[in-house]
Design a protein around this ligand. Structure first.
Ligand SMILES: [Zn+2]
Length: 332
């Protein structure tokens, strides 16, 4: 079962009002993800880019913010006894239970003391401390609960990415279910491992290294633009060892996040989602980090979660991974 990159082009024909109603043909490239078999469509002119978004008033209003340093100790929950701490503290990062949990073990890590950080001012140190704080909780949850084999560390940044709170924060989820995407990827990676006697993700990195979708390495983490992106400017960071990442791996990951966000900021993006997939002890699935850009947050921003995203789970992008990988590479 070698890694296959299947793609084909579909052509749509019509008489275009942009060409005085001459007959035109527009191409859509349909790609199949080598691991999950999920489609991505590379289309033309899909993503709306806001220019000079006017968000200053929204992002600087910290009135009533639960995560600001002067209120976090009063307004956020404390852990149950088995966690062994009231809240976690690593550098500026503060971790605490999620007041609105998504499952059995669900926490929040407020990343910074600053209420707002522009996308191109996030540093590796911010993410390193935040990820160390998140993993401290993930480890304790997995140690405490033998059924909790799936973990993830996730981030929505700004409202157009789904965050109701401006203050930068990540959220973990640890349980025995995983999400649909985790189960899909872990199941497919398990099948690959059993057939090929090697893990899919390192094999993918080997296949892509020196190719047009390879972005770079930050320490022991390697970054690629996936062949069939799930969303805009999707980047994937693969940690070299299976199991939960240690502090060195988290520092390497954080360095790459800084680089990737600098690239997003450079092309005018200000909003993103990420998910770090974790399994407690599965040689078929090392820690894998997924990062995507979201609609530019502006006063009247456009949602890029169309029916393709919310109902069809179909990736639709207008910049091919080979194109944005080359742009991102300059920041690694
Ligand atoms: Zn705040």
């Amino acid at each position: 079962m070698p890694i296959e990159f299947d793609r084909h082009v579909q052509e749509a024909s019509f008489h275009s009002p942009l060409e005085e109603f001459e007959a035109v043909t527009v191409e859509t490239e349909v790609r199949r993800d080598p691991l999950t078999d999920r489609n991505a469509r590379v289309v033309s002119d899909h993503f709306l880019m806001a220019e000079d978004p006017d968000i200053e008033a929204v992002v600087t209003d910290d009135e009533g913010c639960y995560f600001c340093p002067d209120s976090v100790d009063e307004t956020t929950p404390t852990y149950p006894d088995w966690v062994g701490m009231d809240r976690g503290h690593v550098g500026e990062a503060t971790s605490f239970p999620n007041l609105n949990p998504y499952g059995k073990h669900s926490n929040v890590v407020a990343l910074t003391e600053d209420h707002y950080v522009p996308i191109d001012e996030f540093t590796a140190g911010i993410f390193e401390d935040g990820l160390v704080a998140a993993l401290e909780y993930v480890r304790r949850a997995m140690d405490h609960d033998a059924d909790a084999e799936f973990g993830s560390v996730n981030m929505n940044f700004l409202r157009s990415a789904g965050s109701s709170i401006i203050h930068p924060h990540v959220q973990t989820l640890v349980d025995g279910e995983g999400t649909n995407e985790q189960r899909l990827q872990a199941g497919a990676a398990r099948a690959f491992y059993e057939q090929e006697d090697e893990a899919y993700w390192p094999a993918l990195v080997d296949e892509e290294r020196d190719g047009e979708r390879y972005v770079g390495a930050t320490g022991d983490v390697e970054w690629v633009a996936p062949f069939a992106p799930k969303h805009h400017r999707h980047l994937v960071g693969v940690v070299d060892d299976p199991g939960l990442p240690d502090d060195d791996a988290l520092a390497d990951l954080a360095a790459g996040i800084e680089n990737a966000l600098a690239h997003y900021g450079d092309v005018g993006l200000n909003s993103f989602n990420f998910a770090l997939h974790l399994t407690e002890d599965d040689p078929a699935t090392p820690p894998v980090f997924h990062l995507v850009a979201r609609s530019v947050f502006d006063e009247y921003y456009w949602s890029d979660a169309t029916f393709f995203t919310s109902l069809h789970d179909e990736g639709v992008v207008d910049v091919a991974p080979e194109t944005y990988a080359a742009e991102a590479r300059a920041f690694f």
